[in-house]
Write a new protein. Structure first.
Length: 194
């Protein structure tokens, strides 16, 4: 089929229709991606919300946050798709009225060109899902690694002072004074006075 050149005012509805059709199809691809993530229990990067606490309640809340975030994204995408479909319908009617019987030939050409673009979009979505599932299943396996507890098998008895010091915890810091701390204090006091 020979390429036809249009004036900008003639081709406006055609390009509007093509652009909005691309947006609708990409929105459908995003809905597909989010639904696949929900089905396969994969967390996409935009929905990955981390909480500082690692208690069982925090982990349960974090799982629910991820699924709720994805569900809200799906709702948003459905609303967006509905709005785009409404505008696409109006432009379709306008273009059909402008172009008459040649509109269906133009429409088939638009469908063929957008079909190729959307196929590549779905391929990238499938690759993204494979990568996310691979990464997230490997990270789950790494988190299950536990080490045995340390057993104290010595017969050493601690004195009362040593036990009170040990009971202060790992973050307790002993302050050691240097040997000549009195001389340094005297020098610092003398320089402060002068």
């Amino acid at each position: 089929m020979a390429s036809i050149k249009f004036i900008a005012s003639q081709a406006r509805t055609i390009f509007q229709y093509k652009n909005i059709r691309n947006k609708v199809l990409k929105c459908c691809g995003n809905i597909y991606f989010n639904k696949q993530c929900l089905n396969k229990k994969i967390i996409p990067n935009y929905a990955n919300i981390k909480l500082a606490n690692t208690s069982p309640a925090a982990r349960n809340t974090q799982r629910k946050i991820h699924s709720v975030r994805i569900k809200y994204e799906i709702r948003f995408l459905h609303k967006k798709k509905q709005q785009l479909n409404n505008t696409l319908y109006k432009i379709h009617l306008k273009a059909a009225q402008e172009w008459g019987s040649t509109w269906y030939i133009i429409l088939n050409s638009i469908i063929d060109s957008t079909h190729l673009e959307i196929e590549s979009k779905y391929r990238t979505i499938d690759n993204k899902i494979k990568k996310l599932s691979k990464v997230q299943t490997q990270s789950n396996e790494l988190q299950k690694l536990f080490y045995p507890r340390v057993d104290n098998r010595t017969d050493t008895e601690f004195s009362g002072n040593e036990l009170t010091l040990l009971n202060k915890g790992l973050k307790y810091n002993l302050s050691f004074k240097p040997k000549n701390w009195i001389k340094n204090l005297a020098l610092e006091a003398e320089t402060a006075l002068t």
